[in-house]
Design a binder for this molecule. Structure first.
Ligand code: FES
Length: 154
C-alpha cells in the first residue's frame, strides 16, 4: 500500500505526463526514497496505482540500476568503470575499496553501511577516476584519499 505522502508525490508526477504509467520511473524513485528499496509488495502497489502490470513495471525497475530491488546499505557508492576512469586508475581504486569494505560490486557490507555498485560514466572524465557516494561526487581519486572519504559516511 502506498502512503498518502507517496501518493501525493506520485500524483504530482502523473499530472506532468500524458498517461499514468509514463510516471513509473518517478514513482519508483519516490517510493524508493521513502522505503530505501523496492520490494515486491511496493512494486505491486505502484503498478496497481499506475494501472500497469507488475511485470511491466518490474522490467522498468530492473533496467535502471539505481532502482534497488533488494535492500541496500545506508550509503550507495557508485564507482565509474567507463573508459577514462579505467585508464586513469580505476582498478587500483576498486581493489582498495574491496579491501577497505570487504565487499565487491553488487554487495552490501554486513553492517549495512555501504552498498558498492559499478556505474557508467559519471560525467567527470577529465578528473578520473571518479566515484559518487549518495549525492557527493569525488574526482581525481587516489587510494590514499579513499579511507578519509569513507569515514565521512556512517
Ligand atoms: Fe569515469 Fe567519465 S569515464 S567519469
Amino acid at each position: 500500500m502506498l502512503s498518502p505522502d507517496e501518493i501525493r508525490k506520485i500524483n504530482h508526477e502523473i499530472a506532468l505526463v500524458p498517461v499514468r504509467k509514463a510516471a513509473c520511473i518517478e514513482a519508483l524513485k519516490i517510493v524508493q526514497q521513502h522505503r530505501g528499496w523496492i520490494s515486491d509488495d511496493s512494486l505491486r502497489a505502484i503498478a496497481a496505482y499506475l494501472e500497469m502490470s507488475a511485470e511491466e513495471l518490474d522490467s522498468v525497475a530492473t533496467f535502471y540500476n539505481l532502482i534497488f530491488r533488494k535492500p541496500v546499505g545506508r550509503n550507495i557508492i557508485l564507482m565509474c568503470d567507463s573508459i577514462s576512469c579505467y585508464v586513469m586508475g580505476y582498478r587500483e581504486v576498486y581493489e582498495k575499496l574491496q579491501v577497505l569494505l570487504n565487499i565487491r560490486f553488487g554487495e552490501t557490507t554486513p553492517d549495512a553501511r555501504f552498498t558498492l555498485l559499478p556505474n557508467a560514466c559519471l560525467g567527470s572524465c577529465d578528473h578520473a577516476p571518479v566515484l559518487m557516494i549518495n549525492e557527493d561526487t569525488y574526482r581525481g581519486l587516489t587510494i590514499e584519499k579513499l579511507e578519509e572519504i569513507l569515514q565521512e559516511y556512517k
